[in-house]
Write a protein that binds this ligand. Structure first.
Ligand code: AMP
Ligand code: MN
Ligand code: MN
Ligand code: MN
Length: 276
């Protein structure tokens, strides 16, 4: 079985159109799939609100940027009803925050000698949800950075944008938006926040008491020990396990969408949940 509950299209910082993304997932043999763009549902305006595509079951999804104790965390939302009214209102707010942050990132880069970054990033975002990867592509294109990774390290690190991200929804608010439309909230890629075990437990405690129901135990390529640790946390907090590639573009992170989740048999999973 192959699932993929975490992918990005051009509606945020991915490079494939929503339609091309569906085709890539289908070709990879994925049977349960979700497009989870950052703070936008625009991909679903293009592909519609299908329940399936070929042999693939589709679950509506989103990845919301949120703040917990001054840090940015990502909350995945799945299976909300259409029209997702509360979520749509929340997304409008996030969109304004993203646009404002992009202007501020442009100003910061200008002060460091990089001209026209906002315009360049906007061109890459092409009307979609604008983010740091669009700035990174502009920095690579103009020679200010050697690679996306270099662009993030030199110009766009969390430290470089510190303060600018503090305006995302609070963790509990993001969970509320998802639940208000009948959706399921899942904490994305917990291993990427570089938290100590104690702090991760604190985050999971707050997430569960705020109504969070799932944990992304597998995100792209990761060490088997990470999967084991996260599966244990999942069981301890009574969360459902989820898995996704966090696919953005061919040749980066992962070559194709699709994960074959190998998890302890007693864990309840998002795919159990969505198949009845
Ligand atoms: P933003 O939501 O605008 O703050 O951008 C965060 C996004 O940047 C993440 O979702 C990743 O897709 C991307 N990202 C973060 N770090 C890196 C990196 N080192 N190289 C390439 N992309 C990255
Ligand atoms: Mn991204
Ligand atoms: Mn993320
Ligand atoms: Mn993602």
């Amino acid at each position: 079985m192959q699932v993929d509950l975490h992918t990005h299209s051009v509606a945020s910082d991915g490079v494939l159109s929503p339609q091309a993304l569906l085709d890539a997932a289908l070709a990879a043999g994925v049977t349960l799939f979700s497009i989870t763009d950052h703070d936008t549902l625009a991909a679903y305006d293009e592909i519609g609100r299908l329940g399936s595509y070929g042999a693939m079951r589709l679950i509506p999804g989103i990845e919301l940027s949120a703040v917990w104790q001054g840090r940015v965390v990502h909350i995945l939302g799945y299976g909300f009803r259409w029209p997702a009214c509360t979520l749509a209102a929340g997304i409008d707010t996030q969109r304004r925050r993203r646009d404002k942050r992009a202007l501020e990132i442009g100003e910061r880069l200008a002060r460091r000698g990089i001209e026209n970054a906002f315009e360049g990033a906007s061109r890459h975002a092409a009307g979609g949800s604008i983010g740091r990867p669009h700035f990174a592509r502009y920095l690579v294109e103009t020679g200010a950075a050697r690679s996306m990774d270099d662009a993030f390290k030199r110009w766009l690190s969390d430290r470089a944008v510190a303060g600018l991200c503090a305006h995302w929804a609070a963790l509990t608010e993001a969970v509320d938006w998802i639940r208000a439309d009948g959706g399921t909230a899942v904490l994305a890629h917990p291993a990427k926040y570089q938290l100590t075990h104690t702090r991760l437990r604190e985050l999971l405690g707050d997430f569960v008491s705020g109504g969070g129901e799932g944990l992304e135990v597998i995100c792209g390529q990761q060490a088997a020990s990470t999967t084991r640790d996260l599966a244990l946390s999942c069981a301890r907090f009574g969360l459902m396990a989820s898995a996704g590639s966090d696919f953005h573009e061919p040749q980066a992170y992962a070559n194709a969408p699709g994960i074959r989740p190998v998890l302890p048999a007693d864990l309840r999973t998002l795919w159990d949940h969505f198949s009845g």
